[in-house]
Design a protein around this ligand. Structure first.
Ligand code: NAD
Ligand code: TYD
Length: 355
């Protein structure tokens, strides 16, 4: 049994599905179901006794103690977080509460539980903390990609809160000996991605005939990893990662935002041509830049490749095509998450600011 937190969100749900497809070890899935949590992501597991879903908060120490005592997991994989940079700019408090206080409570509960385990179980226990490359800050165009030794220089409330959580994890290992692993991953994309992030937002807006808002000059660079490749990397780190180590996870896919948007448009032109035949690229609208926008992220993934033999299965070309196809094949999923309200306030922040 493993305990997964945030397993109704984008990466967490993909991880739970991937885990249960790869092995028979049951999962307790603790998720608060914030706006980003969607139980329907796990519909295909309904009736599957290997998956126990619990709605709750990682900051709830009493609940954590109860779940750990009841299910006695051999590992905790912590995905639960507030994850959207734009939201963190306009409302940072939830990010501090979940990403910092929540991680602290989870570490404390894990420590109490782990301390009382018998020697063999204690030795086998792992706390895997899922983090982001954004903790390293921004890279100049010609700078080498982030290695695990790169300084922490977080720039957004989101990345600062994730950096704080990484430091807590490190301290709980150093001070209390908690057996931790930390992974810092680049931007993920793929099925079940909430359409407030770049790639799914562009797909659903394009199909709805709406503007495709590109922040600033669109030349910011992100390093893209197909979500199922992230999941396989986490499984591998859990299985064989060296205790206390950090592993950067990425797929060597640096792309400028505008190129991503144009690629999505080209795929939609091919797979679901617009009535009249014009390209979806006509819907691109340059808007005001994000405050404090990091210019470039890039992951040097050589450590996980060398030490753990992990490599991604998808290229960007195969992954993005699968992703666009998935959204085309799941209009009911899109409709379910499109309450509209979540995006309205973001739109207000950038409205009328076309460059
Ligand atoms: P997401 O926003 O899609 O999902 C987060 C999930 O956590 C949701 O299901 C939400 O309900 C749950 N949650 C939020 N607060 C909670 C709380 N207090 N208690 C319990 N559950 C809570 O995020 P994601 O994109 O799936 O990211 C998952 C993790 O991976 C995060 O820690 C994020 O920082 C990290 N990460 C994400 C990316 C990316 O590109 N999306 C890249 C690197 C790292
Ligand atoms: P996002 O998906 O929010 O991820 P992150 O900020 O964590 O990298 O954004 C990816 C990039 O796309 C980022 O440089 C901001 C940009 N972006 C846009 O240009 N327009 C948008 O509507 C969104 C959501 C993001």
């Amino acid at each position: 049994m493993i305990l997964v937190t945030g397993g109704a969100g984008f990466i967490g749900a993909n991880f739970v599905l991937d885990w249960l497809a790869a092995c028979d070890e049951p999962v307790v899935n603790l998720d608060k179901l914030t706006y980003a949590g969607n139980v329907h992501n796990l519909d295909s597991l309904s009736g599957d006794a290997r998956h126990v879903f619990v709605q709750g908060d990682i900051a709830d120490g009493a609940l954590l103690a109860r779940l750990l005592a009841e299910h006695r997991p051999r590992a905790i994989v912590n995905f639960a977080a507030e994850s959207h940079v734009d939201r963190s700019i306009h409302g940072p408090e939830d990010f501090i509460q979940t990403n910092v206080v929540g991680t602290f409570r989870l570490l404390e509960a894990a420590r109490q539980y782990w301390s009382a385990l018998a020697a063999t179980e204690k030795e086998a226990f792992r706390f895997l903390h899922v983090s982001t490359d954004e903790v390293y800050g921004t890279l100049a165009a010609d700078a080498p990609a982030f290695t695990e030794e790169h300084n922490y220089e977080p720039n957004s409330p989101y990345s600062a809160s994730k950096a704080a959580s990484d430091h807590l994890v490190r301290a709980w290992a150093h001070t209390y000996g908690l057996p931790v692993l930390t992974t810092n991953c680049s931007n993920n994309y793929g099925p079940l991605h909430f359409p407030e992030k770049l790639i799914p937002l562009m797909i659903v807006n394009a199909l709805a005939g709406k503007a495709l808002p590109v922040y600033g000059d669109g030349m910011q660079v992100r390093d893209w990893l197909y979500v199922r490749d992230h999941c396989s990397a986490i499984r591998r780190v859990l299985e064989a990662g060296r205790l206390g180590e950090t592993y950067n996870i990425g797929g060597w896919n640096e792309k400028a935002n505008i190129d991503i948007v144009k690629t999505v448009c080209a795929l939609l032109d091919e797979l679901r041509p617009r009535a009249g035949g014009n390209s979806y690229a006509e819907q691109i609208a340059y808007v005001q830049d994000r405050p404090g926008h990091d210019r470039r992220y890039a992951i040097d993934a050589r450590k996980i490749e060398r030490e753990l033999g992990w490599t991604p299965a998808e290229t960007f070309e195969t992954g993005i095509k699968k992703t666009v196809q998935w959204y085309l094949e799941h209009p009911e999923w899109v409709a379910q998450v499109q309450s509209g309200a979540y995006r309205d306030w973001v739109a207000r922040q950038y409205e009328g600011a076309a460059a």
